[in-house]
Design a protein around this ligand. Structure first.
Ligand code: MBD
Ligand code: FE
Length: 284
């Protein structure tokens, strides 16, 4: 037995951190949605709900369950989690419709800007003896015509072997497994990290309650999150998954695309796995 008191990871704590993080981005300030569009979108959303209530003869008891669940989602700070798991993938699909370059996918609730700057070949910040299989993730950033993009930036963040993200779970160093890598003059980068594990969204909050009530599962496949950018080009937000990994074909967040599945090979000296993945960015 250890006498160190370890704070438990809770849905409410990670929800509060995700809500705070979202608010600090203030992306909402940048858009001024006109009344006509609000009218159209909200009216259609409500009409869809009315239709469901009629077709399924939703009862007052069920209506009250919904009301108390919605109240609880807010109290748990789980709106970012709920929206990013069940809606963001369609917003991303629409946003990425006309892109020629690499596929993107959802950002999710756990991105933090301004992670430590790292050179083109770097090891992500991690703990002494960080658990997991070492992974060398390397590649090149180019334009759609294949031109290398010098000084491209590769932001990367991912969960640890227990499925926890730094700054959203207790007892992790601030920037654990997060970094901002500057590619070299040819757009090349070489990132040493640890393979993440499949990720289970918090089961002890409102989203977990919904999952249990519906008989779903709470898993996302193991994934790396990335934001790749270069001067004069569109930033791409994406994720990469691992071939053969659990839940690659039944991601709770519906964010897997065939182009985003890595197939790392064992490193010759037995020290983990390596994979090359190139990013192609559209012109801004
Ligand atoms: C995650 O790690 C994630 O990437 C998404 C999209 C939702 C919840 C947790
Ligand atoms: Fe994630």
């Amino acid at each position: 037995m250890t006498d160190i008191i370890t704070e438990q990871a809770t849905a409410a704590a990670s929800g509060a951190a995700a809500t705070e993080q979202f608010r600090s981005k203030q992306r909402t300030d940048a858009v001024d949605v006109d009344a006509k569009r609000v009218d159209t979108l909200v009216s259609e959303l409500l009409a869809a709900a009315h239709d469901i209530i009629r077709r399924h003869k939703v009862t007052y008891a069920e209506y009250d369950v919904l009301k108390s669940w919605l109240i609880q989602v807010g109290e748990d700070g789980e709106w970012p989690l709920f929206l990013d798991v069940w809606l963001e993938h369609v917003v991303e699909e629409v946003a990425g419709e006309n892109r020629q370059g690499s596929k993107g996918t959802i950002e999710g609730p756990y991105y933090i800007p301004d992670a430590p700057r790292l050179p083109a070949e770097a090891t992500l910040p991690m703990r002494e003896g960080e658990a997991g299989t070492p992974l060398l993730f390397q590649g090149q950033v180019t334009g759609v015509d294949g031109t290398p993009l010098p000084g491209a930036t590769v932001e990367i963040w991912h969960a640890d072997a227990d499925g926890f993200y730094s700054q959203f779970a207790p007892d992790l160093p601030e920037w654990n497994l997060r970094g901002t890598v500057t590619a070299d003059e040819q757009g090349h980068f070489k990132i040493h990290t640890m393979e993440p594990a499949p990720y289970q969204i918090p089961t002890d909050g409102s989203c977990g309650k919904l999952i249990a009530a519906a008989g779903w599962h709470a898993w996302r496949p193991a994934h790396l999150h990335l934001k790749v950018s270069a001067p004069g080009h569109q930033l791409i937000t994406t994720q990469l998954y691992f071939k053969g990994g659990s839940h690659v074909s039944d991601d709770i967040a519906s964010a897997v695309k065939p182009e985003l599945i890595l197939d790392p090979a064992p490193v010759a000296d037995g020290s983990g796995r390596e994979v090359t993945y190139d990013f192609v960015l559209d012109k801004a």
